[in-house]
Ligand binder design. Structure first.
Ligand SMILES: Cc1cc2nc3c(=O)[nH]c(=O)nc-3n(C[C@H](O)[C@H](O)[C@H](O)COP(=O)(O)O)c2cc1C
Length: 278
């Protein structure tokens, strides 16, 4: 039950909810107000609530008064550009964990990233204490040690070459190349049955990545952690609470950065393929 409600005192019958509805399931009743005829077609995107100029639409119990008004709240193009260009991979972290409220705010916001067919199926699995992450770190290296000891792998496989290097750095120099000493890990997973589990996870993580910078939180996309929890030791993902029927989209680590960057790097021009006529 969608609970699609029109506040008849506010509705100006402009029809914007009708024309913006992606599955076109809203219509105007003759001399009346907008209605959803076939609720099964609704993709729960809430565009009707978002587009209504007078805040007359409520759906699924959502009150438009609880939404953020967009007119004055958006960052400027310049600040977004600086954020995108100024984001860096952080490989040095302070040991202390972040306040759980910050983690919750970051992840709850990242959950607003778009998902294929509005599936909203992404699960964020994060360690919230430095102790939990430290235990995981120790277990990862113990397992990597055993994996390498067995020597039962293809020496040309890049993953093992990296693991070998990381294991040596950890055991000989106490340098953590896999988790980079971060106090938190993050795994994005989604049910294999939704239309685009991998894409949804990566977009959600990208959103988290950018938003994190604005709250002074450093991040690192982490392929080595992905190999560990997805390829080599999937039992770790299970123990962390990633459901068996989920695909792991990607992994990151995050925390308070122990390094500050003063300026953007200078990339070569992007590869652009402009098509002016076809
Ligand atoms: C999918 C992906 C996986 C990555 N995996 C790792 C990793 O396992 N370890 C690491 O130190 N950096 C990793 N990185 C970080 C890249 O090396 C980094 O983004 C790149 O060098 C550019 O630096 P910047 O992010 O500071 O601009 C990864 C980045 C991406 C996008």
């Amino acid at each position: 039950m969608l609970n699609f409600k029109i506040n008849e005192e506010l509705c100006i019958r402009c029809g914007k909810c009708i024309t913006d509805c992606p599955p076109m399931c809203i219509s105007m009743q003759e001399g009346d107000f907008p209605v959803i005829q076939d609720e099964n077609n609704c993709m729960l995107c809430q565009h009707c609530l978002a587009v209504c100029p007078t805040g007359a639409i409520s759906i699924m119990g959502a009150d438009p008064a609880d939404s953020i008004e967009l007119q004055y709240e958006l960052p400027t193009a310049h600040s977004m550009e600086t954020l995108i260009k100024g984001r860096r991979s952080i490989r040095k972290y302070k040991k202390n964990a972040l306040d759980e409220k910050i983690i919750t705010r970051l992840l709850e916001t990242a959950f607003h990233a778009p998902t294929g067919v509005n599936a909203q199926g992404v699960l964020f699995t994060a360690t919230t204490t430095a102790e939990a992450t430290e235990k995981l770190r120790k277990e990862i290296y113990a397992k990597v040690g055993k994996l390498l000891e067995n020597c039962d792998y293809d020496k040309d496989d890049l993953r093992f070459q990296y693991m070998n290097m990381a294991y040596k750095a950890y055991t000989n120099h106490n340098v953590d190349v896999i988790l980079r000493g971060a106090p938190h890990i993050l795994i994005a997973s989604a049910p294999k049955t939704i239309p685009l589990p991998k894409e949804d996870c990566i977009i959600a993580l990208s959103t988290f990545d950018l938003f994190a910078q604005t709250m002074g939180v450093g991040t690192l996309w982490n392929g080595m952690l992905k190999w560990c929890v997805d390829d080599f030791f999937p039992e770790l993902a299970t123990r962390l609470g990633v459901p068996e029927d989920h695909e792991i989209g990607y992994c990151m680590v995050f925390g308070s950065p122990a390094v500050q960057y003063k300026r953007t790097v200078q990339r070569k021009p992007g590869a652009l393929n402009f098509v002016n006529s076809f």
